[in-house]
Design a binder for this molecule. Structure first.
Ligand code: F6R
Length: 609
């Protein structure tokens, strides 16, 4: 997904912009560019491909300016090419943009008729041309941007510089994230905090409708409807090192190994000391929603959706509240039945997923109380929700979600306990027992990470497969879906997650001596049934890789390989049993030499529908 960095200060800005773009590489991109305000005008340098290509081009230039913008593009309108890469210019005005301008064809027609010439296929290019038109009509840059954004339909985060106004950097947003970073004698804008975290920790999160005028001294913000506004300055605790690889080969690997710590942070302060209580830490409104609602509709995408599927088992099982789970991209087409009695629970690591935000809007329109589970503080979904439960996993950079998933699960479990206790469905004794079990989760995850070297050897045995099947039942079924998603998205081996009981209704036709079948068969209520499924696969010469409990000595006789998980409370085991599957996907991808942290065609933050 696209990334924006902007700088106004006293230092040459090119290295700051390029470094910022590098820190946004994880978002996925296909081209990049910078624009720097120089004495003779704004200089734009762009290139297709990785940032190294842009750096190569910049080596021949003598850019010294102290005001500029940079961009990484992930194509939505027009193919990846140098002409379509940002920044886009019209005369002296230069713009970078994230999002989609839905009425760009109409605007382009209008501007072309007025003599404006377009050089790209992008929707973005209408923005500098509109600004230029309003400047010609006599507006100053700020007013011209204000009039421009009033004409745009769709979503945008923009940063604007102009040779005619060299001491200002302008920014505006609607439905696409943008922050302003405050330094000493310098001000930054960025689509994502890590881009400029090496320079400042003080951030303002722009709201929809905000227009920010940045100077070396600071920022002045006006809102489209409210006029001048004071936005809170947040001091972000993430250090730049936290957003880096910290000695691991890949961000994904680091994030898998961070899970015990991340889970401890999720639980921290939420489990009552000495007495049986779970604090949601989402404010009074979160407690109120959890207590009051009669039904819950969970909506999310991808990995977050899989967390929601596990959440359904827990909330229905523990609190006896009916739960429906929907993919956000399908939600609005279901004409969902929502209202004050039905809570909407959105789950999102990034807090910026366009489909999930659209579901939120649908819920708002239908009067549902809205709760979210999110990792990124201050992102769009939490800000639009009535209450938010943060996962506190820290920045997740690898495109494949790992620690965000397990911390979402932990948060969902706490929500289930809280709802169960609030409704009198859990005795104090039951609650205390479950709290003890959840306290042990970080330790159990730590133990399952110890199998890492063995999992690498298993990965070697499946790396040449072209297809694979992941089977699970009950609470382990969503984990089968998640294991398959992890393997396919980073190793590009086709993988299907299936409810094990459904195997004989179709996928069993795939089983032969080349098909690895990962069978989630830890101890628990579905163990015997899973054992039967394993036999069915073996009878057809399929290759069984069993995920099994440490104490299950027999399983080794029935499987080609065994991935061990500690003996643990079956109810909480999904948080633990997903770990070997994350490692299996990771090692398979590394052995195959794929781009683990930025798999092809994928983006970390999916801000288009
Ligand atoms: C897969 C993955 C994606 C995300 C999905 C939702 O590893 O990361 O499937 O889970 O794009 O993203 P968020 O949680 O940010 O809404």
């Amino acid at each position: 997904m696209c990334g924006i960095v902007g700088y106004i200060g006293r230092q040459p800005c090119t290295p700051i912009l390029v470094e910022g773009l590098k820190r946004l590489e994880y978002r996925g991109y296909d081209s990049a560019g910078v624009a720097v305000v120089e004495a003779g005008g704004v200089r734009v340098v762009r290139s297709v491909g990785k940032l190294a290509a842009l750096e190569e081009k910049l080596r021949g230039t003598e850019l010294k300016g102290t005001v500029g913008v940079g961009h990484t593009r992930w194509a939505t309108h027009g193919r990846p090419s140098e002409e379509n890469a940002h920044p886009h210019a019209a005369g002296e005005v230069v713009v970078v943009h994230n999002g989609i301008i839905e009425n760009y064809l109409e605007l382009r027609g209008e501007l072309s008729a007025a003599g404006h010439e377009f050089l790209s296929e992008t929707d973005t290019e209408v923005i500098p041309h509109l600004i230029q038109r309003f400047l010609r009509d006599g507006a100053d840059l700020e007013e011209a941007l204000r009039q421009t954004i009033a004409r745009l339909d769709g979503s945008y985060a923009v940063a604007v510089v102009s040779a005619a106004d060299p001491d200002r950097l302008l920014a505006a947003r609607r439905a696409s994230p943008l922050v302003v970073g405050l330094g000493e004698g310098e001000t930054f804008v960025a689509s994502d905090i890590p881009a400029v975290l090496g320079h400042t920790r003080r951030f303002i999160f722009l709201e929809d409708g905000d227009l920010a005028v940045c100077t070396r001294e600071g920022v002045r913000i006006t809102h489209a409807d409210q006029g001048p506004v004071d936005r809170e300055v947040h001091v972000v605790q993430w250090t730049p090192a936290m957003a880096e690889k910290g000695g691991y080969k890949h961000f994904m690997q680091k994030e898998i190994f961070e899970q015990p710590r991340a889970l401890a942070d999720t639980l921290s302060g939420r489990l009552g000391a000495g007495r049986a209580a779970v604090h949601l830490d989402g404010g009074d409104q979160a407690d109120e929603i959890a207590r009051r609602i009669g039904r819950l509709h969970i909506v999310a995408c991808g990995t977050s959706y899989h967390a929601g599927l596990v959440g359904k088992y827990w909330i229905e099982g523990i609190a006896r509240v009916p739960v429906e789970v929907s993919l956000a991209s399908e939600f609005r087409y279901q004409d969902p039945i929502l209202g004050p009695e039905t809570g909407l629970l959105l789950i999102s690591q990034s807090g910026e997923t366009a489909d999930t935000l659209a579901a939120l809007a649908e819920g708002r329109e239908k009067g549902a109380p809205i709760l979210s589970i999110c990792n990124v503080v201050g992102s769009s979904i939490p800000r639009a929700s009535d209450a938010v439960l943060y996962t506190h996993a820290g920045p997740e950079i690898g495109v494949a979600s790992t620690k965000a998933f397990t911390t979402q699960l932990a948060t969902l479990y706490l929500l289930a306990l809280h709802m169960g206790a609030a409704r009198g469905r859990l005795s104090a004794e039951d609650l205390a027992e479950r709290i003890e079990a959840v306290r042990a989760v970080p330790g159990a995850v730590e133990r399952s990470l110890e199998s890492d070297p063995h999992i690498e050897t298993v990965a070697r045995s499946i790396m040449d497969a072209t297809s694979s099947l992941f089977l699970g039942r009950g609470l382990q079924f969503p984990i089968a879906l998640e294991g398959a998603l992890k393997l396919k998205e980073i190793s590009y081996i086709h993988a299907e997650g299936y409810a094990a009981g459904e195997m004989k209704h179709g996928p069993i036709a795939l089983v032969d001596e080349d098909l690895p079948v990962v069978a989630l068969s830890p101890q628990g209520a579905t163990y015997e049934k899973m054992r039967s499924n394993i036999q069915e696969v073996r009878a057809r010469r399929g290759r069984v890789i069993a995920v099994a409990s440490e104490s299950d000595a027999e399983i080794a006789d029935h499987a080609e390989s065994v991935l061990r998980v500690p003996d643990f409370d079956p109810e909480l085991l999904p948080i633990v049993s997903v770990v070997p599957l994350q490692l299996l996907a990771y090692h398979t991808a590394v052995l195959k030499g794929t781009d683990v942290d930025q798999p092809r065609n994928l983006a970390k933050s999916v801000t288009v529908e």
